[in-house]
Design a binder for this molecule. Structure first.
Ligand code: ARG
Ligand code: ZN
Length: 884
């Protein structure tokens, strides 16, 4: 990829294909204790029209060149220039293919960045997306360079009885000295970021899947020794994903084997390497004693996501990293749809929207804002963001909404047909939907290039004489959104006019201004439009943006009474939830703006009654009722307050609201506790999980109202699964910190689970999230705990990440101690694993929204970080952009 003059910024506008075409890759990796020898043979050919003396420029990262040869002849030193970051070769053949052989020696044991080839608990494994392959060998390490790979792995048989790579296994055997080898052949053209190798002493959970055309695929999930049984749910999710992609998108798996490996030290959730997905073991290993319902849902989603990449990402990949949303946004959309089909659609949608608002909205509304398709970057790893993933998925969802189910499927079919085997662009993707349906999506495509969350303002006017209701819609994008334009976009808005009987009216609508009306969809494509509905008997309740059909901030001037009515009546269940959520958020936001100590109740009695009516309504799905009872997050309220935020005040109003709801609803919560007693046998299905979620929500309110820990203690002691155990422990640690039972339970939890790193992460995270000023000291003490390590990303995220992002009160303590603690840890972590340091550092981005004293301290901390000598490109980029 081209870097500009300053050697830093990569720009979309500078895209150029490579001068050389890669025809094939043959690799041998010889793994030894303390080092690995990598020999690579690349078949290359100068592209037609490229100057005869143009050199070949290969990427590297911390590499040492051992040898280099062209067509079997070792090159004179004058023919090449090698640095750790690059290899330039001159004098290469003008026409026809040639073979370039390169040898490098690397040290996986010292690779603490966990990019390239590294070791995790003795297991050799790789992570190559985005630019990790260049840490293994010199290469054209960019996604538009596709080739088939033949990979031979050699290792000590006792240390690594299992040797895996992409594709199908074609050969294996023993070698001298207790060593052995395996050869893997991946016939599908792929970019280097999808390369993978795993070697180690692993256990296997085997299975198989028969595809829709009747081919049998051998499935395997590899785990640490003794844990294969804990992969059973992941295996089940994998087979359901394979069947779903056939049913829903007509996509069949293509290789003879599909392997998944669970690894303890992993920078992200998982990776879709062709035929060999590598996972953070958090998203594979489960059983009811160690995992919560949330963990089960996470495994299902991530297994599905990585599997779906086989078509959206691998068979069709990205031309360059600016197109990342082409695979990620689309694949998130696909995994969301899978979960909606497998679980409960509305509840899943509520979860996705909560996530969008918690992670993407703050990103889109702060200094790290960028378009779904960025136009430049300094460090690509910093663009695996909520905007690319989650807003990217919303864009695909809007296309589906605009085109309807059949039109969307036709566009997807064309995309698979037209671009299979290619490295594609967003333009190519959008064109498929245009061509398949004859729709012009050029204005819609602005969603990919314009950053920021649009605000949708909705006002209503009821004309009682004419029995007419006028709805005015206006969109605006805050000015200068990262300099990317503020043109009106296409907003598909699902809506209904709800009558007092709880039914949607079929009143005729008439549009003036920039919109189109089709059934229950208003497509706003101008700045403003008014839709006038006639023939209404009574004033309707307007239910707009149903199912969150566009990722906007909704400013709907609607009375509290109308929201309360919709919370009860709306036939669209998602919007019933949103009505309640808005009532809570509005009350908390308004109260949060008043000074600390102000005792005005944040929620009025009618709001609490509406919430309790839903909570107590047994005709509604328990999972839905649990969602309704879940308070908006403190960070979310802070974002809505927008300026001069005092996190102590936000926490105070949330607690006041919780107490008020608990007190008023005591009888309902007691009844729910009784009627939702745990099932004798644990089942992870969505309905059972929903009942547990509602029971635990009730426990939270009950404990708040009673002001004492005995209910939570009782549940902790008798819990038959991790969901109930952790639910109880969270209440104890977060609400009853001094209580005798709390310390005992926390100690008990540690002793019970200390052997299991995944559960220990929960123990660290729970304490890191405890909403007290003293949390800084607790977290600092835990950072000295023998089980804390900076080398395991899950552990760092559990302690430092949770404290920084999930503890508003502790992190933002007025004296700045939380900021200093996190900054110190980041400086230390940056030397070990810059990617994780940069990710956690994004929590500082909201600095402008706080009251003056915290604002100053946050900015000061960022500035100090930015001035550290030798900071990684990853962390420097986040810090610099945050300060902008
Ligand atoms: N492609 C992986 C996924 O499915 C994530 C890779 C993240 N890579 C990174 N360098 N942050 O979503
Ligand atoms: Zn992905």
């Amino acid at each position: 990829m081209q870097r500009t003059e300053d050697g830093q910024t990569v720009k979309l506008a500078d895209y150029q294909p490579t001068d050389f075409i890669l025809r094939g890759v043959k690799m041998t990796l010889m793994l030894f204790e303390g080092y690995a020898d990598v020999s690579t043979r690349l078949t290359l050919e100068r592209r037609q029209g490229v100057l005869a003396d143009a050199p070949l420029n290969l990427d590297g990262d911390e590499l040492v060149l051992e040898s280099i040869a062209v067509d079997g002849l070792t090159l004179e030193p004058s023919r090449y220039e090698a640095t750790p970051e690059s290899l330039k070769v001159t004098g290469l053949p003008e026409v026809g293919p040639f073979e370039l052989a390169i040898e490098t020696r690397i040290v996986p044991e010292q690779n603490s960045k966990l990019m390239g080839l590294y070791r995790s608990n003795g297991i050799w494994c790789t992570q190559c997306e985005a630019e990790g392959f260049r840490r293994i060998t010199y290469f054209l390490d960019r996604p538009d360079v596709l080739a088939p790979y033949l990979v031979r792995i050699e290792a000590d048989k006792a240390a690594a009885p299992v040797l895996l790579s992409n594709g199908n296994p074609v050969d294996s055997g023993d070698l001298e000295g207790g060593r052995h080898y395996a050869v893997w052949d991946d016939p599908f053209n792929k970019p280097s970021y999808l390369f993978a190798v795993v070697a180690g002493d692993l256990d296997l959970l085997p299975d198989e899947f028969v595809t829709m055309s009747g081919r049998t695929v051998t499935l395997g999930i590899y785990t640490e020794k003794g844990r294969a049984a804990q992969a059973a749910y992941a295996m089940d999710a994998l087979k359901r994903s394979m069947a779903w992609d056939e049913r829903r998108f007509g996509r069949e798996y293509d290789l003879d084997v599909f392997n998944v490996v669970a690894i303890a030290d992993f920078n992200m959730g998982a990776m879709e390497n062709k035929g060999l997905n590598v996972f953070n073991h958090k998203y594979v290993l489960l059983d009811p004693d160690i995992a919560t319902d949330t963990d089960y849902a996470g495994v299902e989603t991530v297994i599905a996501h990585e599997y779906f990449h086989n078509w959206t990402g691998n068979r069709i990949t990205c031309r360059d990293w600016f197109q990342l949303c082409l695979k990620e946004g689309l694949t998130v959309y696909r995994d969301q749809e899978f979960s909606a089909d497998e679980r409960e659609r509305t509840v899943q949608r509520i979860g996705s929207v909560r996530r969008l608002k918690a992670h993407q909205f703050p990103e889109d509304q702060g200094p790290l804002q960028h378009p779904v398709r960025p136009s430049e970057y300094r460090e690509i790893n910093n663009f695996y963001t909520a905007t690319v993933y989650d807003k990217g998925a919303e864009l695909v969802r809007m296309i589906a909404t605009l085109l309807g189910e059949a039109g969307f499927r036709a566009g997807m079919d064309l995309y698979f047909d037209r671009h299979d085997g290619e490295a594609a662009t967003i333009e190519a993707f959008v064109a498929c939907f245009e061509d398949a349906t004859g729709t012009d999506l050029s204005q819609f495509a602005l969603w990919y290039s314009q950053a920021g969350t649009p605000t949708l303002t909705v006002t209503e006017q009821w004309d009682a004489d004419q029995r007419r209701h006028a709805v005015t819609l206006r969109q605006s994008l805050s000015k200068g959104a990262a300099g990317t334009g503020t043109e009106p976009m296409v907003l598909p808005l699902r809506f209904g006019l709800v009558g007092g009987n709880g039914e949607d009216s079929d009143a005729e609508g008439h549009v003036t201004g920039g919109a189109e009306l089709k059934d229950d969809l208003i497509v706003l494509n101008g700045t403003e439009a008014t839709v006038t509905f006639t023939g209404l008997a009574d004033r309707p309740y307007l239910s707009v943006l149903r199912d969150f059909s566009a990722p906007v901030t909704l400013a709907h001037e609607q009375s509290e009474a109308a929201r309360i009515a919709l919370a009860r009546l709306d036939p669209n269940l998602f919007n019933r939830w949103r009505a309640l959520d808005d009532l809570l958020a509005n009350g908390l936001t308004e109260a949060g703006r008043r000074p600390l100590g102000d005792a005005t109740p944040p929620l009025g009695a009618p709001v609490i009654e509406a919430l309790l009516a839903s909570a107590g309504d047994d005709s509604l799905d328990p999972a839905f009722r649990a969602q309704a009872l879940a308070m908006p997050g403190e960070a979310d309220i802070a974002r809505q307050i927008a300026e001069n935020v005092d996190p102590d005040r936000v926490h105070e109003v949330v607690e006041a609201a919780r107490l008020a709801i608990g007190t008023k609803g005591l009888a309902i919560f007691e009844r729910l506790r009784g009627s939702l007693a745990p099932d004798a046998a644990f089942s992870p299905d969505a309905a059972s999980a929903g009942r547990r979620a509602l029971a635990n929500a009730a426990l939270g309110y009950l404990s708040a109202a009673r002001g004492e820990p005995s209910d939570a203690l009782a549940q902790y002691e008798t819990a038959g699964n991790m969901t109930d155990r952790l639910g109880a422990l969270a209440i104890l640690v977060h609400r009853f910190p001094g209580a005798e039972g709390t310390e005992a339970a926390l100690g008990d939890f540690y002793r019970r689970f200390e052997a299991d790193d995944l559960v220990l992460d929960k123990w660290f995270a729970l304490q890191a999230a405890a909403p007290y000023h003293g949390a800084v000291e607790t977290v600092a003490r835990l950072a000295e705990h023998p089980r804390f390590t900076m080398r395991n990303p899950n552990r760092v995220r559990a302690l430092v990440g949770t404290f920084a992002a999930g503890n508003q009160v502790g992190f933002h303590r007025a004296d700045g101690a939380g900021y200093h603690f996190v900054a110190d840890k980041l400086a230390e972590l940056d030397r070990i694993n810059p990617q994780i340091a940069a990710r956690i550092a994004t929590t500082f981005r909201a600095w402008r929204s706080f009251e003056a004293s915290r604002r100053t301290k946050l900015a000061e901390t960022l500035r100090q970080l930015s001035e550290i000598k030798g900071l990684s490109k990853d962390l420097q980029d986040i810090v610099d952009r945050s300060l902008k």
